[in-house]
Design a protein around this ligand. Sequence first.
Ligand code: FE2
Length: 287
Amino acid sequence: MNARSVRHVIESVPTSDGAGVKLRRSLGSGPFARLDPFLMLDEFYSDNPDDYLAGFPSHPHRGFETVTYMLDGRMEHKDHLGNTGDLGPGSVQWMTAGRGVIHSEMPRQSEGRMRGFQLWINLPAREKMKPADYRDIPSGDVPELAFDGGIARIIAGTLDMAGQRVDGAVNGTGDSMSTDPLYIDLRLDPGSKTTIAVKSGHNSFVYLYEGDAVIGDQLLQRRNAGVLDGGDQVTVQAGDQGARLLLLAGKPLDEPVVQYGPFVMNTREEIEQALSDYQEGRLTEPA
Ligand code: FE2
């Protein structure tokens, strides 16, 4: 077994998106702060409604997938396909923009805490123009594994830990996605330590959102992403306060990435096509 260590740290930076929602962006904070196939990771966390009430009014996407994972609060999703999603605490929304989605994500609360993550996962060239797809996964359908020293929620992929294997809500055994994503939300008690298998050859990172933790000899602090080097497993040890973190891994696509806001394609021409399709109302039309 070959343990992965932290190759470098991407600190999150405060920014805003949508109609002014305040958030912290780690991956995706610049064109070099990506980790193929992951394009972006945002954490939104606020007790102040002024930070989130404006929400994300109607906007397009093309060429990749967005995964929203809620910890606290409630958002409502609506899209051009007529899907309506109620995103409550612990739930996941897995949206494949493919050729095009036009949707809104608006708060369904006017006070209290709003907290969660949005991850963008790229699609390979051959899938960028596939039909849009949308999956709403209520909290109760996200598999969990309680173990000595913590608990893991398995959003995507298969958790392989201490001889136990648990399929996630998406992309488990029998399900397959080109990027083969692993997405685990891990909570560790103070001082506890665990080792999780990560497929060798896949790119992987962790995002620490509470407490602190050590991977290899690197202390990872809150709101930082630690990009891992190669290996087939990762060992995380929580600090005195315990730790909560996301563990992500995926198969790299090794394709050129050209991004213009919510459109992520392989070439400039395809971006220009996306813009004109959107302006002419053809973004979401079947090919
Ligand atoms: Fe969106």
